[in-house]
Design a protein around this ligand. Structure first.
Ligand code: MCA
Ligand code: AMP
Length: 489
């Protein structure tokens, strides 16, 4: 077993991170994270207030060094979701920036302010170089939505993180010379594990834009020094929209070594617009919080819009029919559920042995994603098993949790939530509501704010329809497919 972040142990004046004006070399990161690691060494688990700042990176790296599991928190999490996550994961301390104002839900928890500089310069104490690439130690607990109920904590080991990042090294020829540019949130796998821990494992560097903008991408990528761009399809859609009037953005993309999209399908139209304007192809990779990365179009492959590529090194992937039979055909037509196994998989759902057992068929993890395999083995995702899971802006959102939040509003008697196609977000959350008192209707904005306050802003409905009744069958079961008709009923 070797260190998870060799470049951190070695220390150097090479750049590791840059978030706006906050930049740290490997040596500085080792010092800041090492000092913090010493303070949290005895913590059971730590919550990290995961703002898109260098402090989040320092806090997470410190947790790795101290061998303490970290729970990244969305700083916009609403009160109910935050209470659930804290109750479920029971951190003993929260790590935040000195200027961060934490919500009442975190008032009871001891707080440690994270610095990005240390006054005492010295090496990381040898007892605090935890973080080894073969360790089963839980490193991160990342919360993810299911179709019903509150989000589940996905326990990810150091081993899984190292295995997935090393498989991507091979697929993308990712080296210490790469400078990754992105603007992804740091409380999910894409932004935190791929986008921060990925460059650190390679000994390369990351530049985070703080918030996404095409101007930021144009500034940092290409001549700005960035060699790789990671984004969700919504970001590439906005890039495709901007390319026509932005020669600097065209140049930046054309000069980058690698453009990678993931977290949801990038529409073929956006692939084509980007290629037409820049001559570059965007590579798609397919992953999940529970599995980390499963497949990717390898660097150097011919353009494959609509495909998520081949299984990564070490990942077993099969397609399975409804009755459990494995599909052998690589015919580009036979559809089955993707199941995967390999060293990249999570350890368990926290406190949920039932859900963990239900997610597996032997050692195969059931992804719920439906796909075909082309004759050359490339995987094409064609849909999802559960219609109650919505992917909006690259975020996975369960319809059930939003329905429950809506039902908590005094003006709402019944509620149903669906996803509708959206050119920008992929899918948009649509709420269908029956009012308790039709004479006193709340505004759509009021209901959206209510959901944002309880859960998170990205879970708010973007469209609200008011109905006299929800369509149901004779057994009283809700018929979601009949909702659009009910609007005109
Ligand atoms: C709006 N806002 C509100 C409300 N309405 N705040 C409170 N209450 C409200 N009612 C605020 C927001 O907080 C935000 O503030 C601003 O208005 C706009 O928010 P939003 O509508 O969410 O922005 P958007 O335009 O929809 O965002 C698009 C986005 C975002 C930037 C692409 O969706 C995004 O960052 N997506 C990334 C998701 C991701 O990383 N997924 C990976 C999951 P402000 O303007 O201040 O921000 S991991 C995964 O899927 C697997 C492993 C994989 O394969 O990667
Ligand atoms: P999450 O649970 O947030 O980790 O989201 C995982 C889900 O995102 C997967 O099960 C897929 O449905 C979806 N996903 C991730 N990457 C891609 C991709 N490149 N193409 C299509 N869907 C994707």
């Amino acid at each position: 077993m070797s260190a998870l972040f060799p470049a951190l142990v070695a220390g150097s004046d090479r750049p590791a991170l840059r978030f706006g004006a906050d930049a740290l070399t490997y040596e500085e990161l080792a010092e800041a994270a090492g000092a913090l690691a010493a303070r949290i060494a005895d913590a059971g688990r730590v919550a990290v207030w995961a703002t898109p700042t260098a402090r989040t990176a320092v806090a997470v790296v410190a947790a790795f060094l101290a061998d303490v599991p970290a729970i990244p928190l969305n700083p916009r999490t609403g009160e109910r979701e935050l209470a659930h996550i804290l109750g479920d994961s029971t951190p003993s301390v929260v790590l935040a920036g000195p200027e961060d104002v934490l919500p009442a839900g975190l008032a009871e928890l001891p707080r440690i302010d994270v610095g990005t500089t240390v006054t005492h310069v010295g090496p990381v104490p040898s007892a605090l170089t935890g973080g080894s690439d073969g360790s089963e130690s839980p490193a991160l607990i990342v919360y993810t939505s299911g179709t019903t109920g509150p989000p589940k904590g996905v326990v990810l080991s150091q081993r899984a993180i190292a295995a997935s990042l090393d498989a991507l090294e091979e697929a993308w020829a990712w080296t210490e010379d790469d400078v990754l540019v992105h603007a992804l949130p740091l409380f999910h796998v894409h932004g935190l594990i791929l986008g921060v821990l990925g460059p650190l494992r390679r000994g390369g560097s990351v530049r985070h834009l703080g918030t996404f903008s095409t101007e930021g991408v144009a500034r940092e990528l290409g001549a700005g020094g960035g060699t790789m761009l990671f984004g969700v399809p919504t970001m590439y859609h906005r890039i495709a929209d901007a390319l026509e009037d932005d020669p600097a953005l065209v140049r930046a993309l054309a000069e980058a070594r690698l453009l990678v999209s993931g977290s949801a399908a990038l529409p073929v139209h956006d692939h084509e617009r980007i290629t037409a304007a820049t001559g570059r192809t965007v590579i798609e990779r397919y992953g999940m919080t529970e599995t980390l990365m499963n497949t990717s179009v390898p660097v150097g492959s011919r353009p494959r819009p609509g495909s998520v590529g081949l299984p990564l090194r070490g990942v077993g992937l099969r397609l399975v029919e409804e009755d459990g039979t494995e599909l052998g055909a690589y015919d580009g037509e036979s559809v089955g559920e993707i199941q995967v196994r390999g060293p990249n998989l999570f350890s368990a759902y926290l406190n949920r042995p039932d859900a963990t057992a239900a997610a597996f068929d032997g050692d195969w993890f059931r992804t719920g994603d439906m796909a075909v395999r082309e004759p050359d083995g490339y995987v094409r995702i064609v849909g999802r098993k559960a219609t109650d899971l919505i992917k909006s802006g690259g975020y996975k959102i369960g319809a059930g949790e939003i329905e429950n939040a809506l039902l908590d509003h005094p003006a709402v008697r019944e509620a149903a939530v669906t996803g509708a196609p959206d050119p920008d977000l992929g899918e948009r959350i649509v709420a269908w509501v029956v009012l308790a008192d039709a004479e006193k209707p709340p505004t759509a904005q009021e209901l959206a704010d209510h959901v944002a306050g309880l859960l998170a802003p990205h879970k708010r409905p973007r469209t609200v329809h008011f109905l006299r009744a929800l369509p149901r069958n004779d057994m009283g079961k809700l018929l979601k497919k009949a909702l659009p008709e009910a609007l005109h009923g």
